[in-house]
Design a protein around this ligand. Structure first.
Ligand code: DOR
Ligand code: ZN
Length: 424
């Protein structure tokens, strides 16, 4: 047994002074002094549910030189994250039940945090989607080529997939970009101007793809989740769809909240990702949509690539940036700067992913739930430094960011897995 005493605990939307008694599960939430040997004083700290990251790429199996389940899950623990949902664009992609089961075994062996896996939708596995419904957290469709070979562009097949996934009652996570629009926009490429990368994947590419995904959701009643939303236009579409009662959720990522495409001038491919960074106007719309409730979650799209790979030009480097261990600090700093409320931070980083992906008995602090807990120090000042990070890729786009507030302890099923920035 472990007891966390004298902290303020986030329960049902409020901060309450209470003590927690933990085994693998939350045994008791009490005002009394617990009679437990292993007691941790959390005076001045805030205790929240362990964070959930609904969108990571841990690259294992296939590209473990970029990340693996050991390094990726340690990075998660460092960032206060106790559950990750991992994407299927491995090499080769997770598009068969056999590959999925193999990946489950690898993750079970190596991961120090709870995990769920997405199943990839390709052009030739539509008949097997139903088979795996009980062992996946959801399905992933790339409507456009991104990093890796997982792709489904044929409209008839996309419709078939929306219909099949609807029957599984699982969430369909969609990467919304339009291949034809991106191809035509290659005319905007200026070889020596890194930020022109963003203009080769313009806002309309995302907007048109979201329109298409929403229209299929309307027909087939699919649970749609639009990943890494970047545009003001996309926000409007999703807001309207929600008002019409469609079953749609969305997420954005810290890189879209803290960088715009002009930052690519200096950071070059270290800020290339798909979809790309946008304008200040889009960024402001994202922040508003977080507080307004149109954006349901913050994921990280943790997409590690090596320094060598990212040192190439934006035209040849693979898209994607790491982020699983920096999200909590960035968002807590944003709370301190009043860019969002503390309650909203917990909703979008813990509660809403648990609700949407039906992650049972996690995402909330409740007696009987798993003891997945993160202790936060709202006042700690620090600077993000690559040397302190656990991701194998060895860099962060947020290097040098000076922040106030961060997770200081991560507890997974009652075990302390991170303390004061050190993963145990
Ligand atoms: O930037 C990205 N990187 N976007 C994706 O869709 C995939 C990801 C990756 O796997 O590297
Ligand atoms: Zn992704």
């Amino acid at each position: 047994m472990l007891a966390l005493v004298n902290g303020k605990v986030f329960i049902k939307g409020r901060l309450i002074k209470a003590n927690l008694i933990l085994s693998k599960r939350i045994e008791k939430i009490t005002k009394e002094k617990p009679a437990v040997d292993n007691t941790i004083d959390c005076s001045g700290k805030i205790i929240i549910p362990g964070l959930i990251d609904p969108h990571v790429h841990f690259r294992d199996p296939g590209q473990t030189y970029k990340e693996d389940w050991t390094s990726g899950s340690k990075a998660a623990a460092h960032g206060g994250v106790t559950t990750v949902l991992d994407m299927p664009n491995n090499v080769p992609p997770i598009t068969t039940p056999e590959r999925l089961k193999e990946k489950i075994e690898i993750a079970k062996k190596k991961s120090i945090v709870n995990f769920g896996l997405y199943f990839g939708i390709g052009p030739s596995n539509l008949e097997t989607l139903g088979e795996v419904k009980n062992i996946v957290c959801g399905y992933k469709m790339f409507m456009c080529k991104s990093t890796g070979d997982l792709l489904l562009t044929d409209v008839k097949k996309q419709e078939h997939a929306f219909e099949t996934v609807s029957k599984t009652e699982k969430v369909l996570a969609v990467h919304a970009e339009t291949p034809e629009i991106n191809e035509a926009a290659m005319k905007n490429k200026i070889e020596d101007l890194p930020e022109s990368y963003a203009n080769t994947k313009p806002p309309e590419s995302e907007i048109k793809a979201i329109e298409k995904a929403l229209s299929m959701t309307k027909v087939y009643d699919t649970k749609l989740h639009v990943v890494h939303l970047t545009t003001a236009g996309g926000i409007e579409l999703i807001k309207n769809a929600k008002m019409q009662g469609l079953d749609v959720t969305t997420e954005t990522c810290p890189h879209y909240l803290f960088f715009t495409k002009t930052n690519m001038r200096k950071k070059k491919a270290f800020l290339s990702m798909n979809p790309p960074l946008r304008t200040k106007k889009d960024q402001a719309a994202l922040w508003s949509a977080i507080s307004a409730g149109t954006i349901d979650m913050i994921s990280t799209d943790h997409a590690p690539h090596t320094i060598e790979e990212k040192s190439q030009s934006v035209w040849t480097a693979p898209g994607g940036v790491p982020g699983v261990e920096t999200r909590a600090g960035l968002m807590i700093d944003a709370v301190n700067k009043r860019l969002l409320s503390f309650e909203r931070f917990v909703e979008i980083c813990c509660e809403n992913p648990a609700k949407r992906f039906d992650i049972k008995e996690r995402g909330f602090i409740e007696a009987g739930f798993f003891a997945d807990i993160t202790v936060v120090d709202m006042k700690k000042h620090y600077t993000i430094k690559t040397d302190n990070l656990y991701t194998k890729c060895g860099w962060s786009p947020f290097e040098g960011f000076k922040l106030k507030g961060c997770p200081v302890m991560t507890i997974s099923e009652g075990k302390i897995i991170m303390e004061d920035g050190v993963v145990l």
